[in-house]
Structures are given as structure tokens and as C-alpha cells.
Design a protein around this ligand. Structure first.
Ligand SMILES: [Zn+2]
Length: 76
């Protein structure tokens, strides 16, 4: 099941959320629906992923496929 990482645009809270279909999670802290999905595997610095360094620009353009579910097979 896909677990996505989100950050609240209102209060900055980061949280992980199981997402089914097109559900949009709400911030557990302030209950705002203004959250953005963090592409932790590609565009953003991934913490605890083995120290790999991925540039944000390269990830955004070349790694679109892995944002759907898992980044395990995409090499990032
Ligand atoms: Zn919030």
C-alpha cells in the first residue's frame, strides 16, 4: 500500500499518510487540507535512504514513474 509523505503548507507539519485512490489527507496537527506531497525518493533529500545524493532537478524530470507507488525499482 502506498504511504506518502506530506507537509502541511499551513503549519509545516510533516506526516506520513496511507492514501487510497485520490484521497487527500489532512494535517493531523491543524487539520488543514492544504498539504503538499513530498517526493522524498526523488526530488527531495531522503533521510535514511543509504546516503544517496539525488539532485532535485534530475529527479523531477527523469523519475516521474516512481512517484506512483514505490521507488524501489527506479534506481533512485
Ligand atoms: Zn498543519
Amino acid at each position: 500500500m502506498p504511504i506518502y509523505e506530506y507537509q502541511c503548507k499551513k503549519c509545516g507539519q510533516e506526516f506520513e499518510q496511507l492514501v487510497f485512490g485520490s484521497d487527500t489527507p489532512k494535517c493531523p496537527k491543524c487539520n488543514s487540507a492544504k498539504v503538499c506531497k513530498l517526493m522524498s525518493c526523488c526530488g527531495f533529500v531522503s533521510k535514511g535512504a543509504g546516503g544517496q545524493t539525488v539532485s532535485a532537478s534530475a529527479g523531477a524530470s527523469s523519475c516521474g514513474g516512481c512517484s506512483a507507488s514505490s521507488c524501489a525499482g527506479c534506481g533512485h
